[in-house]
Design a protein around this ligand. Structure first.
Ligand code: NDP
Length: 344
């Protein structure tokens, strides 16, 4: 089926959902396409403590709020649906998915970034059998067990903090002698009684039988190889941008693959915008949200002077405030019962 719309947003993380809230509220017909899970990295973050307005909120809860907000504003969310090709250079942009073809005046790319891999022997073999990239998704499988978290940034430390509540012992394996994560997070982790830091250490291999049993590590200072017994390993060593399709369609990316944008979040192609982690820079929810707002406003400017505006008057968004209140109440109730309660 071919669907004509004002704006197509590719990617349903905080940037995509925010862009949708704005374009929809501005009266543009908006279709958001997400291939896997709405919320992106936030949906799998154990907790968020630096998004204004929430002292501490589990990532899945914040995600729910973003989704409710976008749906209430009228964003048509297509999930799961995978974009397989893009034609962006003409006036009418074409977005081909595994289910439909979308034609739009503007496209906003918010495809985020994916977890980097260690690329060591055993990592692929034991993926899902002890090797994980998501503590929220898989942490419960390791209750009372021994795990290692690899990495030293905010992701590694927040995932480790989540896991400390579940596991018996947690190794934090980092290639330097200090964590680069925020001080508040770092201190809480290092103060946890079941955490053993392994500084100046890298992973050389992951070993096991049907599941992970051991990590082969190298102490970089002593230049010695040693092994530790673990039941699981959580890899949290940063992200790589999901920009391949956009780059193939002619969108300019930098040497690391991040989409190049200007201050209006415009790419090198007219009518094509990008926001959030796929553009690199400071990867924070607040930044993604801010960039998405700019992208949406730029797209609005572009579209309202474009083909679709001449054909169809923009609709005013009608908000059902009663429905919204009921939804908010349901979220509050769920939050009270939430499994993710963290001590501040
Ligand atoms: P970062 O790039 O910040 O950190 C990656 C970590 O992995 C670094 O400590 C790095 O080591 C290490 N590393 C990289 N490659 C390897 C490798 N091959 N082997 C071993 N170690 C490796 O990524 P994050 O995922 O932690 O964070 C990404 C962005 O998201 C950041 O901007 C972060 O602040 C943000 N974020 C914010 C959160 C929050 O605010 N609550 C939560 C999670 C993420 P080295 O230090 O030596 O480079």
């Amino acid at each position: 089926m071919t669907v004509r719309t004002h704006v197509v947003i590719i990617g349903g993380g905080p940037a995509g959902l925010t862009a949708g809230i704005y374009t929809s509220r501005l009266g543009l017909d908006t279709i958001l396409i997400e291939k896997a899970t709405l919320g992106g990295q936030v949906a799998i973050s154990p907790f968020i403590e630096n998004y204004p307005g929430f002292v501490s909120i589990p990532g899945p809860e914040l995600t729910k709020r973003f989704i409710e907000h976008a749906e209430t504003m009228g964003v048509q969310i297509k999930v799961p649906e995978t974009v397989i090709d893009l034609e962006l250079k003409g006036e009418v942009k074409k977005v081909y998915t595994d289910k439909n073809t979308y034609e739009a005046d503007a496209v906003i790319i918010t495809t985020g970034a994916s977890r980097r891999k260690l690329n060591v022997p055993g990592e692929k073999e034991f993926a899902g059998k002890g090797v994980s990239y998501c503590a929220v998704c898989d942490g419960a499988f390791f209750k009372g067990k021994t795990v290692a978290v690899v990495g030293g940034g905010n992701t590694a430390v927040s995932e480790a903090l989540h896991l400390t509540q579940l596991v018996r012992k947690l190794y934090i394996v980092h290639r330097r002698d200090d964590l680069r994560a925020e001080v508040a997070l770092k201190q809480r982790l290092l103060d946890s009684p079941n955490v053993v830091p392994l500084w100046n250490t890298i992973v050389e291999a992951i070993k096991g039988d049907t599941v992970v049993r051991k990590l082969v590590l190298r102490d970089l200072k002593k230049d010695e190889v040693f092994e530790i017994d673990v039941d699981g390993v959580f890899v949290a060593i940063g992200y790589a941008p999901n920009s391949q399709l956009a780059a193939k369609a002619g969108v300019l990316v930098d040497e690391k693959g991040y989409i190049i944008v200007n201050r209006k979040q415009e790419t090198n192609i007219k009518g094509v915008y990008a926001a959030g982690d796929v553009t690199g820079g400071v990867m924070q929810i607040g930044v993604a949200v801010g960039e998405a707002i700019v992208a949406a406003m730029s797209a609005f400017e572009h579209v309202t002077g474009g083909w679709y505006a001449k054909k169809k008057a923009l609709k005013a968004v009608k908000i059902d405030f009663e429905k919204l209140k009921t939804k908010e109440k349901a979220i509050e109730e769920k939050e009270k019962k939430s499994l993710f309660k963290f001590k501040l």
